[in-house]
Design a protein around this ligand. Structure first.
Ligand code: ADP
Ligand code: MG
Length: 340
C-alpha cells in the first residue's frame, strides 16, 4: 500500500481529494463542498449550513484564552461563514469533546460565551453532541442560516472590472496572537511577572473576541446592493482572494494603500519587526468580509464609512498582484494555513 503524507496535498488539496467522488444526488443540494457554506433548498427560501472545528493546541491555547471568549469565538467564526453567503444565521449546534481536566464550572464559562454570542447574533442553540477526549478540548459548531435564493452570493461570481472591497482593518488579530504568545513565553520563564496587555487592547480583542459582520449584510439590503462574490477573511486576505479568483476564473490587483490596517496593528507590527501589509495579507482570523461589486454599484458604498475599496478584478492571465505604496508590482502567494 502506498502511503502519502497529508502535507503533500495541503488543506484545500486534501478536501478536494477526499470529496472528489461525491457528485450531488439531490436536486435540493444547490451548492456542496467549496464555498463558505453549503446551500439547500426545500421550500421558497434556501438553507445554508457551515461547520467549523476548534481544537485545543491547534486553534486555541487555554493559557491565554478565557473559556468565555472561546465560546463566543466558536460561534462568531461559524456565523461569519453564513454572512459570507449573504444569508442570516438562525440556529447553531455545538459539539464538544472534553477531557476530565474540565470542570462543570469551566464548561459553564464556555457556555456563557456561547450564550452571549447566540444573543448577539440572534441564533438559537438547538443541539449538538458531547463526548470525552483523552486530551484537550475540541469544539465543533454548525451554523444554519437562511436566505432567498436570489440573495445568495458565492465565491465564483467575480467579473473583470469588479471592485474588490473589504469591511474592516486586517492584521490585528494575528498581531494580537503574536503578543499573547510572547507574553506566554515570558510568563513561562518568570511565573512571577504579570503580563501587562492593557496597552494593546485592540489587537488582543481582535484575536480573542472576533465579531462576525452581521451589520454588513443588513447594509447591503438597505442600499440594495448584491456583491458579485464574497468570502469571509479567516485565513488572510491573500488566501481568500485566491479562492475568489480561482472559482471565478479571474485575476486581481490589490493596492497596498487600499488595505485597511488599524494604527495599533501598524505599531505592533513594527515592534515585532513584521511588515504590516504581510500581516494583513497572511495573518488571518480578522473575520471581516471580502467581496466584489460591479463598478456601477460603486456609488452605493462610497457613503459607507466601514467599507474600503482595495483593488480591482483583472483577467485570469494578469495573475493576482499587489501594487505597493512605492508603485512596485508583486505576485501574491496564497499562504493561508499549515495546520498539519
Ligand atoms: P472555511 O475556511 O470557510 O471554513 P474550509 O476551508 O474549512 O472553509 O472548507 C472549504 C470547503 O470544503 C467547505 O465547503 C467545507 O464544507 C468543505 N470541507 C472541509 N472539510 C471537509 C471534509 N472533511 N469533508 C467534506 N467537505 C469538507
Ligand atoms: Mg469561510
Amino acid at each position: 500500500m502506498q502511503r502519502t503524507d497529508v502535507n503533500t496535498l495541503g488543506e484545500f488539496g486534501l478536501i478536494e481529494h477526499l470529496t472528489r467522488n461525491f457528485p450531488l444526488q439531490q436536486s435540493s443540494s444547490l451548492k456542496g463542498v467549496g464555498d463558505d457554506a453549503a446551500v439547500m433548498q426545500f421550500g421558497s427560501d434556501c438553507t445554508v449550513v457551515s461547520t467549523d472545528m476548534l481544537v485545543e493546541g491547534i486553534h486555541f491555547d487555554l493559557a491565554y484564552t478565557p473559556l468565555k471568549h472561546l465560546g463566543y469565538k466558536a460561534v462568531s467564526v461559524n456565523v461569519s461563514d453564513i454572512y459570507a453567503m449573504n444569508a442570516r444565521p438562525r440556529q447553531i449546534t455545538v459539539s464538544l469533546a472534553i477531557s476530565n481536566r474540565f470542570s462543570v464550572e469551566a464548561l459553564d464559562e464556555l457556555y456563557e460565551g456561547i450564550r452571549a454570542a447566540c444573543e448577539h447574533y440572534g441564533v438559537d442553540l438547538v443541539g449538538g453532541d458531547t463526548t470525552s477526549s483523552l486530551k484537550g478540548l475540541v469544539i465543533s459548531v454548525t451554523a444554519i442560516g437562511q436566505a432567498p435564493e436570489t440573495d445568495l452570493v458565492y465565491r465564483n461570481g467575480a467579473q473583470v472590472g469588479d471592485l474588490i472591497c473589504i469591511t474592516g482593518d486586517l492584521g490585528a488579530a494575528y498581531l494580537g496572537l503574536q503578543l499573547l504568545e510572547r507574553e506566554k513565553r515570558i510568563w513561562q520563564e518568570n511565573p512571577g511577572v504579570q503580563p501587562d496587555l492593557e496597552e494593546q487592547k485592540y489587537a488582543i480583542g481582535r484575536q480573542l473576541k472576533p465579531e462576525a459582520r452581521k451589520d454588513i449584510i443588513e447594509v447591503f439590503r438597505k442600499v440594495d446592493l448584491k456583491p458579485t462574490a464574497m468570502i469571509d477573511i479567516s485565513d488572510g486576505l491573500a488566501s481568500e482572494l485566491f479562492h475568489i479568483c480561482r472559482q471565478s476564473k479571474v485575476g486581481a490587483l490589490i493596492e497596498e494603500s487600499g488595505v485597511p490596517i488599524h494604527p495599533d496593528a501598524q505599531m505592533l507590527a513594527l515592534k515585532f519587526k513584521l511588515d504590516p501589509i504581510t500581516c494583513a495579507l497572511s495573518g488571518g482570523e480578522d473575520y471581516e468580509l471580502l467581496f466584489t461589486i460591479k463598478p456601477s454599484d460603486a456609488d452605493k458604498i462610497r457613503m459607507l464609512p466601514e467599507i474600503y475599496i482595495a483593488g480591482e478584478i483583472m483577467r485570469a492571465e494578469d495573475g493576482i498582484k499587489l501594487q505597493t505604496k512605492g508603485g512596485n508590482l508583486h505576485e501574491l502567494k496564497a499562504q493561508g494555513w499549515t495546520h498539519f
